[in-house]
Design a binder for this molecule. Structure first.
Ligand SMILES: NC(=O)c1ccc[n+]([C@@H]2O[C@H](COP(=O)([O-])OP(=O)(O)OC[C@H]3O[C@@H](n4cnc5c(N)ncnc54)[C@H](OP(=O)(O)O)[C@@H]3O)[C@@H](O)[C@H]2O)c1
Length: 311
């Protein structure tokens, strides 16, 4: 097995990389070589035996398979530019990106890397931080067969419970991820609306949450808990589970593609506007479920609830 590299230790990346490092240690393979903008976030990973390397170019030069898990398209593009401009050969290296990015970003990455005889695998994920911690994410994988086959054993039952194979066209996995997030964001909006309704009518958020979890499943139940525990607006010194700007990015990707194809996404448009209003009011340190705060305000309640931060 070649040395494996990792860039990106955010809410998802740290949990995923930790599971991968545990797997590599169990297999007595070389430790995961990791990098991140904020290197200090890697301390728990280093404690598991992973190797810190602040210079991404060095990670690329020393590893055969390089995973990235970063916030958005421009961060991924800048990492790829660093790799592409390196004087080292990229021949036969496999770049695996797990972030949620636009299919056009994927298309460009595929062709850039192909010109250097390297492969790009798109492997975006479904599931939030607790599911990443449990190693139970769902991956949508796409790319050249030889590359995806090399990567799957590092994913299945290591970081993920299921790998959906989208074939050789990596843009298809990214498309699936963006399409899936239409459901995610709409569901968060629906749960937020129901919980504001329950509070204002005197029904109460407790019975509503019990029903949501029972009747609509653990994912919807988890979204409700983000509201009732105040996680939609976490303390300012913490990192949200799924940052509001990341969900706005996903909604914009879906809306731009929908527009090109003449598809209307009215529910998503409402949720995006409510998330943007929430960010305007509460700043960046908000979860994607923070449209709830906007919905509360529209109903004459405070943006904050009794469990969230208060300003
Ligand atoms: N959170 C979820 O529930 C979830 C679920 C599925 C998919 N996703 C997708 O997965 C990706 C990662 O999500 P996340 O929640 O882990 O995000 P996150 O917590 O915000 O972490 C983002 C990562 O990108 C790095 N980064 C941000 N800006 C950078 C820059 N300008 N230069 C270099 N590095 C930069 C961060 O470095 P620092 O540590 O230095 O800030 C961190 O490693 C996103 O594309 C998101 O849409 C998230």
């Amino acid at each position: 097995m070649p040395q494996i590299g990792w860039y990106g230790l955010g809410s998802m990346g740290l949990a995923m990389a930790s599971n991968l490092q545990r797997h590599l240690a169990m297999k007595k393979a070389l430790g995961l070589m990791y990098s991140n903008r904020t290197m200090a976030r890697g301390s728990p990973l280093q404690a598991l035996g992973a190797i810190a390397e602040p210079n991404f170019e060095k990670v690329v030069s020393q590893c055969g398979i390089i995973f990235t898990m970063v916030s958005n398209d421009s961060v991924l593009q800048s990492l790829l530019s660093t790799a592409m401009s390196s004087s080292q050969s990229l021949k036969d290296k496999i770049f695996v990106d797990c972030s949620t990015v636009h299919p056009e970003t994927v298309r460009s990455a595929v062709s850039q890397l192909k010109s250097k005889d390297a492969s790009y695998v798109a492997a975006p994920v479904f599931g939030g931080n607790p599911i990443a911690v449990d190693g139970k994410l769902v991956f949508a994988i796409g790319g050249p067969k030889s590359a995806t086959e090399a990567v799957k054993p590092l994913i299945q039952d290591v970081m993920g419970r299921r790998v959906i194979d989208c074939g050789e066209d990596a843009t298809k996995s990214s498309l699936l991820k963006i399409a899936g997030n239409i459901v995610t964001v709409n569901m968060m909006e629906a749960v937020g609306e129901a919980q504001v309704f329950a509070e204002k009518t005197g029904l109460g958020t407790g019975p509503m949450e019990e029903l949501i979890g029972e009747a609509f499943g653990p994912v919807a139940g988890g979204y409700s808990k983000r509201l009732t525990t105040g996680a939609y607006a976490p303390p300012l010194d913490s990192r949200p589970g799924f940052g509001v700007s990341l969900a706005i990015k996903d909604a914009r990707h879906a809306m731009s593609m929908a527009q090109e194809q003449g598809v209307e996404l009215p529910g998503l448009e409402i949720a995006r506007a409510n998330m943007e209003a929430a960010r305007e009011y509460g700043g960046e340190c908000l979860d994607s479920s923070a449209m709830y705060g906007t919905l509360r305000q529209k109903a004459g309640l405070e943006f904050w609830n009794d469990k969230s931060r208060r300003e």
